[in-house]
Design a binder for this molecule. Structure first.
Ligand code: PGA
Length: 251
């Protein structure tokens, strides 16, 4: 049985006081919530503040990125070690915005993923095709390359800590959503890849999130799909009311 996981990616939004207010709201409403694991990913500067607001609740903290070295001359970067120190349990890796805007490669993403695992953080590895890739029938090839590249050199033991988020780039922040069946088809394909790369047991145990314009009105249908175990939520995670409805799978 895979426990559902709902993760909120706050992206580059919210000041310290706004982050504290949202985390405090979520903390008070989810104090005894056990139906799904819930995770929020604020900006780096708000991590410690949000950790404080979430203390003693089941809601876990994630960072939106990390650097694949522990310490050293890496100006402007933050390592998994420091994220753990700030209270993170998870880290989002390879988000499409970083792949596109910062040209992150699968190899760099793989290095981050391994460092995060070695440090004891659970990586949420994001993959997904662009509209152009989907329309030119390259989707399966792109997903295969992202999975193989991102998960290279990983042991089955490490894989048990990894969460995969499938987010078609054309659905992120656009209000356009994949149908439940389109999402399921991609998730099932990805689970098949994991089976080939690892074992059927590892593939069956890996949690896979859907992402790209997930809202209260589409979470229920997505969660009914066999291979979808939760959601990575951007825009709708910025308002407590919407995010709570998603965490409870309420339309
Ligand atoms: P969105 O973002 O829900 O605003 O589409 C999802 C994401 O980028 O993780």
């Amino acid at each position: 049985m895979r426990k559902p996981l709902i993760a909120g990616n706050w992206k580059l939004h919210k000041t310290l006081s706004e982050s504290r207010a949202l985390a405090t709201d979520l903390a008070s409403c989810l104090r005894n919530f056990a139906a799904a694991d819930v995770v929020v990913a604020p900006v780096y500067t708000a991590l410690a503040t949000v950790a404080e607001a979430l203390a003693g609740t089941p809601v876990k903290l994630a960072a939106q990125n990390c650097y694949p070295e522990e310490t050293g001359a890496f100006t402007g970067e933050v390592s998994p070690l420091l994220l753990k120190d700030a209270g993170c349990a998870y880290v989002i890796i390879g988000h499409s915005e970083r792949r596109q805007l910062l040209e992150e490669s699968d190899h760099f993403i793989n290095r981050k993923l391994i460092k995060a695992l070695e440090t004891g953080l659970k990586p949420i590895l994001c993959i997904g095709e662009t509209l152009q890739e989907r329309e030119s029938d390259q989707m399966l090839e792109v997903l295969t390359a992202q999975i193989k590249g991102g998960l290279a050199n990983l042991s089955a033991t490490h894989m048990a800590e990894v969460v995969i988020a499938y987010e078609p780039v054309w659905a992120i922040g656009t209000g356009k959503t994949a149908t439940d069946e389109q999402a399921q088809e991609a998730h099932s394909f990805i689970r098949g890849l994991l089976q080939g790369l690892f074992t059927p047991e590892v593939a069956a145990a890996t949690r896979m999130l859907d992402g790209g314009s997930v809202k209260p009105n589409n979470i229920y249908g997505l969660m009914a799909m066999d291979d979808i175990d939760g959601a990575l939520v951007g825009g709708a995670s910025l308002k407590a009311e919407d995010f709570l409805r998603i965490a409870r799978f309420e339309s």
